[in-house]
Design a protein around this ligand. Structure first.
Ligand code: SF4
Length: 363
């Protein structure tokens, strides 16, 4: 498959009139600044100099929250600045992210006329109580309307969800994932809520009116949301915020489930659960053996092993094994877990992700 490249252009939403409780928009804006339209070419050229000409597989991504809510003339200038790259074929398409309440016919026609192909909506939740408590200023219905609108005009739809917002709980997060999956987006991102310095959420946290998710809680919720999307064949392209310099600088994250490899931790949990099911089924077939081996694709070894071998240790204890190893097997596809005795060189029982999800969905 040809490789896909993204050239990210961060456009902070300066002067944002909204008051999302978790957002530190001023800090982000003042530290990064808004790129001058005249400076876009230099940023794009620098990225392109590191990417081989890939026949238009490179995309320019305007990130930073709410592209369609910034001044219309400025949107035009940004989009106009990248047109020469689209026309020459060096860039294949443009992606933007925005709020669900800043989508209508006029906006979509405008974006389409400038070659925007993907629109990511910062939905965050599909529960009205959570959206209200988070100060988002729109409802679940707005997300539905915007999503249908985007898809009906032929754009690719991305949905961004957050977990652990004020008023949230496991059922509401999972409900948001199920409703989002029903909208059939082309891609999804899931971000656990962090308490960022100088936000209303920080104040609530210090007043003991908001308790963030712990890291294990956030991993457990995101794992089940991730599996909802996998069940529907929907790509989850990111879990957890990008651990950029800003986020890592001391004092920025006050509390919450921050981990630089959050997505990897979630996928390790998925592998652990899938391997538990595989070992159980293997035992039904092959009987109790004290020394077992789990086999996976070579690129899935760390996902199967877990952080500091935590998944292997957990499974070894749970099944009271004398030893449990993980090995790469060349015949296994990604996301597949196979089980054999420690001395076997080939899998005896194999469980694909699809089979795992199908058993899980039957409860
Ligand atoms: S998260 Fe909310 S407050 Fe922050 S930039 Fe986006 S819309 Fe504005």
């Amino acid at each position: 498959m040809p490789r896909h490249y993204n050239i990210p252009l961060f456009i902070p939403h300066l002067g944002c009139p909204f008051k999302c409780i978790f957002c530190n928009q001023n800090k982000i804006a003042s530290s990064q600044g808004v790129p001058a339209v005249s400076g876009l070419t230099a940023i794009i050229d620098e990225h392109l100099s590191t990417i081989a000409d890939d026949g238009g597989n490179t995309e320019i991504a305007f990130f930073g929250g709410s592209f369609t809510a910034i001044d219309h003339e400025l949107q035009k200038k940004y989009l106009a600045a990248v047109q020469p790259y689209l026309k020459s074929g060096r860039i294949g398409s443009i992606r933007i992210s925005t709020r669900p309440d800043y989508i209508d016919d006029g906006i979509l026609n405008f974006l389409g006329s400038y070659g925007v192909k993907t629109i990511e909506l910062g939905a965050q939740s599909l529960c009205d109580e959570v959206l209200k408590a988070s100060g988002r200023g729109y409802s679940r219905d707005d997300v539905f309307k915007a999503s249908h609108h985007i898809k009906s005009l032929g754009f690719k739809l991305g949905l961004q969800l957050m977990t652990g917002l004020p008023g949230d709980n496991y059922e509401r997060d999972l409900g948001s994932a199920r409703q989002a999956a029903a909208l059939n987006p082309d891609l999804v991102r899931i971000y656990p809520t962090l308490v960022i310095a100088d936000t209303p959420l920080e104040r609530l946290f210090y007043e003991h009116k908001y308790v963030p998710l712990s890291l294990p809680e956030a991993i457990a919720i995101c794992k089940d949301m991730f599996l909802v999307f996998q069940q529907h064949g929907i790509d989850v392209i990111r879990m957890g915020l990008q651990p950029g310099e800003e986020l890592r600088s001391p004092g920025t994250v006050v509390a919450g489930p921050f981990h630089p490899s959050f997505g990897e931790l979630v996928e390790q949990e998925v592998f652990k659960e899938q391997a538990g099911m595989a070992i159980y089924d293997y035992r039904e077939k092959a009987g109790l053996k004290p020394e077992l081996a789990l086999m996976v694709h070579e690129k899935d070894i760390s996902k199967m092993t877990g952080h500091r071998k935590s998944s292997l240790l957990f499974l070894k204890n749970r099944f009271q094994l004398e030893s449990l190893k993980v090995k790469a097997h060349p015949d296994l596809a990604r996301d597949t877990v196979a089980v054999a005795s420690a001395t076997d060189s080939n899998p005896v029982f194999t469980l694909t992700r699809k089979e795992f999800l199908s058993v899980k969905s039957r409860g």
